[in-house]
Design a binder for this molecule. Sequence first.
Ligand code: ISL
Length: 628
Amino acid sequence: MLNQNHTVGDVMDHPLGQDILLKLLLQIGISRRFLGHPLIRRIRLSHLPRLTGGKVDEGFVATVLELLNSEPDVPGIGSGPGRAAWWKEAVFYQIYPKSFMDSNGDGVGDLGGILAKLDYLQNLGVDALWLTPIYDSPEADNGYDIRDYQAILSTYGTMADFDALIQELHRRGMRLIMDLVVNHTSDEHRWFQEAMGDPASPKGDYYFFRDDPNNWVSFFGGSAWKRIPQRDQWVLHLFSERQMDLNWDNPALREEIFRMVRSWLDRGVDGFRLDVINYISKRPGLPPGNECLAHISGFRGFEHYFYGPNLHRYLRELRRQALDPYEAFSVGETPGIGRQTAKLLTAPPRRELDMIFNFDHLENPGKVRGDDYRYDLNYYKEYIIPWMEDPGGVWMSLFYENHDNPRMISKVNPEPQVRKVLAKLLALLQMTLRGTPFVFQGQELGRVNQNFTSMDQLRDVESLNLDQTWRKTMGEETARRKILTGTRDHARVPMAWNSDRQAGFSEAEPWIAQDQDYRTWNAPAESADPDSVLNFYRRLIRLRRSHPVLVYGEIRIRFKKTRNLFLYHRVSPEETLIVECNLSSRRIRRRITSRSRHRLISNYPDLPQGWLRPYEAILWKQETKGKQ
Ligand code: ISL
């Protein structure tokens, strides 16, 4: 048990402690090397409040100690790729159904639209689709507010359409994973309706009703509590006030969830992406959030649910009772989970999750979504190296984009002249690092952010709510700028299916409008151009499939400290491939030659000489002596 007399070094030696401290440093933009300094490591926890001038108070120390003492396990060792699995070999493709393809002319994408585009996806070469929620929902948060887990939202189609989609995917040897949103339901879910109407009903305890709210805040702005007059109580919602947090401590609720999960697996679903799954266990008593932690992290109360006391237990139950009997795959969305806790959540012997999504690479240290800055890819390299070199049983998910984030190209370098090479550099890294790539729709076309100029162009509940909250604290103009920079709607505009009006997405006015970029950057135009981003993805995905070393091979990173150069070998007894990249927009000196190497793919037409050009990326095959 750790206590006040232990030191910063002791906290760093604890898996959860290390993750928390590194996360806090990342948030304030201080290098992780700071915590390795012997003088810092020796500081006693009880001295922190005085030494930091109150920035870290006693409550902060007590909260961290409580968290640490709730996790007795340490990650196991072992760094190999583990057993073979389809989901390690697969390239996943994330579909945001609302914006993918509209087959019935109502301006909203649907299942029929996905079905109609399976040839495109198969041709791209992806193996598995992840659909964001398509369940029945009032769509307060575009489907992440589920009203009925057993039904399909009518604008997306019917259960028959869904069955047809699964069948057609399986016929093509492809797989489907669904989004499982079980941290919360819609306020229109019948459980919530029943709980609201009758506290004594079996559902009365399915949510967190309290006489008095605590100080936790919602991710979408404001308090995390909503007044429910029927019960003369408050109810907890970590997201919008129409997304009510479920009380996983209730065994009957867990049973219902597991039954529901099994019913989708019975339909043929191959697995799930589990929405904010690390939030499902809240600390009993819902204690108040610490102000110092809130100040650093921006979210008050987070420490009481991002790694709750029963998290491991509930994940194991879910796996044992619902996933394992079907050998279903799971990838958890886990904001705030670091490298050591990732091991505790995904190392195979622990039988919890197969993979997680960690988000620490999506912004540079000290930056948040909404900050207008240029993302330095050297940070991505720095971030990924320890995950690659010390996986400890973690199989990495490789992604830069999803429906919650602006486009990566725009973050790194929005200059149009580098767009294509940069898109290809990102693709090459994603397909050759060790882990499973998740491509977000449109990424394969090299899509970039929208030129949003006013709030009325946005549809996302997060953007609209934050506007209300932030304009009070930072003023209308600053709030507007931050939101237009970071809005999730950059990723949510319709797919670019052609250059016609509505981008070939729909016959009708789409539910969200987009700028004119799709007129040139669209699927048929790129399909016809051998040098396009789309054709680059197609070739890369095929290379990944024909070179298993890219999946199961060892990874050896070289020149780790050399800025702007990212160079690594993928090695198996059969072959060695080499990835050589320039992470910057300036030319850099090469450290290897092209001799005895055969270029498999690159983002410039000709071979490099002594220099790597801006964002140049090459995949080499090392020629074996006998074959020269
Ligand atoms: O986008 C975020 C703010 O940075 C994240 O906090 C995000 O809300 C978080 O990663 C959880 O996301 C998931 O659950 C939300 C939903 O709005 C997102 O679309 C979903 O990906 C609530 O269900």
